[in-house]
Design a protein around this ligand. Structure first.
Ligand code: AMP
Length: 373
């Protein structure tokens, strides 16, 4: 199927979180309905969608019924089991497809893939036993970062190894195996870039942003990143190349480390709208969610041009929710809440975007940019 989905068609979304919610809202603006499939009832995506299936990701019968009720399927988080798409793909177009999902679920495949797509990565070794871990540390040196290859997010499933005595405890703690050992990157900044790719292969790339984390959770994204021009272009070229090589239809993000000498190293690929792309909702005519809905529906993409500079701040846990509603007092701040009932520690409850005139970020201090949010 390559013709655009006609209005009132249904986009099926695997996953019930905020990324699906914001995709569903953007899809609704284009005249589509969404059907959310997730194990949790009353999930953020379900609250704004026409239909919902509450079922496990390994419930083959529920998946088949879901496939019969939608015109295309996408996913909003990359830990959906690949077997889920194996069941759906013969029945309904899946965008992105299972291949992109498999690569991005596995840090080993992901690292190889980044390098093949022309994005350099820090030295790494696959580690399947404690003896291999010792050998890998001997080659790569310390400090190093030991990670699970699957199911890691927001800093979970990893340990920084600083001295030889750290190895045994980290090996025992991290699960599931196998693991990957990466050289510790003494980065100057963390950068990411988001691209959308349409059914016809056209690609739209947003400006790269700088990300700041607190307790391993994204806290702020500054758009655009204040980067040397060459690094900004390399980030954009890297994400476009990854989208093409994955033959992706939809939106994806690549996270990079920026070194002090301006070199960029690829860290992770997320084959879906990304938290570091939320600024596009208020600073671009076409947000990452609008692009994702357009790509998945087979429509042409909109321009990724930025009409404002922006800073995005996540509202995390009870502390984040305390900022509501005072953030609303600023006429340049847009609020996006995800409809989650309980503000547990570390849970992403919403975000705000402050929009600023083009060029402002280069001339303002971080303190001025973030005042009041
Ligand atoms: P990840 O789950 O790979 O995105 O890692 C979470 C965070 O841990 C990153 O955003 C970095 O701040 C840090 N980190 C991950 N890998 C490395 C590395 N190889 N060197 C230094 N810091 C890292």
């Amino acid at each position: 199927m390559s013709a655009p989905l006609p209005p009132n068609s249904t986009i099926g979304i695997l996953g019930g979180g905020q990324l699906g919610r914001m995709t569903a809202l953007a899809a609704a603006a284009l005249g589509y309905r969404c059907h959310i499939y997730a194990p949790e009832a009353d999930s953020p995506g379900m609250q704004v969608s026409a239909a919902a299936t509450v079922a496990a990701y390994d419930d083959a019968e529920a998946l088949k019924r879901f496939a019969a009720s939608v015109d295309v399927v996408t996913f909003e988080f990359e830990n959906v089991p690949a077997a889920c798409l194996d069941i759906l793909a013969p029945l309904v177009p899946c965008r992105p497809g299972v291949q992109a999902l498999r690569i991005c679920q596995d840090r080993l495949l992901e690292k190889k893939f980044l390098a093949e797509a022309g994005v350099p990565v820090a030295p790494w070794r696959a580690v399947t036993s404690e003896a291999e871990l010792e050998a890998a540390v001997a080659e790569i040196g310390l400090p190093a970062v030991l990670k699970t290859t699957r199911m890691g997010y927001d800093g979970r499933g990893q340990a920084v190894l600083r001295k030889p005595e750290d190895l045994a405890a980290a090996w025992a703690r991290l699960d599931p195996k196998p693991l990957i050992l990466e050289a510790f990157v003494p980065f100057a900044a963390e950068i990411s870039a988001v691209a959308a790719r349409a059914v016809d292969g056209s690609v739209a790339v947003y400006d790269a942003v700088e990300n700041r984390h607190t307790h391993h959770i994204l806290d702020y994204s500054f758009a655009p990143a204040r980067l040397p021009q060459a690094a900004a272009l390399a980030a954009k070229a890297g994400v476009a190349s990854v989208a093409e090589k994955l033959d992706l239809v939809g939106v994806l993000a690549v996270e990079f480390f920026l070194l002090a000498d301006g070199t960029l190293l690829g860290n992770e690929i997320a084959p879906r709208p990304h938290n570091s792309g939320h600024w596009t909702m208020d600073a671009c005519a076409f947000s990452q969610f609008a692009q994702h809905a357009r790509a998945v529906a087979g429509l042409p993409l909109g321009t990724p041009e930025r009409h404002h500079d922006a800073v995005m701040k996540n509202l995390v846990g009870p502390e984040g929710m305390k900022r509501w509603p005072s953030v609303m007092e600023h006429p340049d701040v847009a609020l996006h809440l995800y409809g989650k009932a309980s503000a547990r520690e570390g849970r992403k409850m919403g975000h705000v975007n402050r929009v600023l005139p083009l060029g402002s970020l280069a001339t303002m201090s971080d303190e001025e940019i973030c005042r009041g949010i």
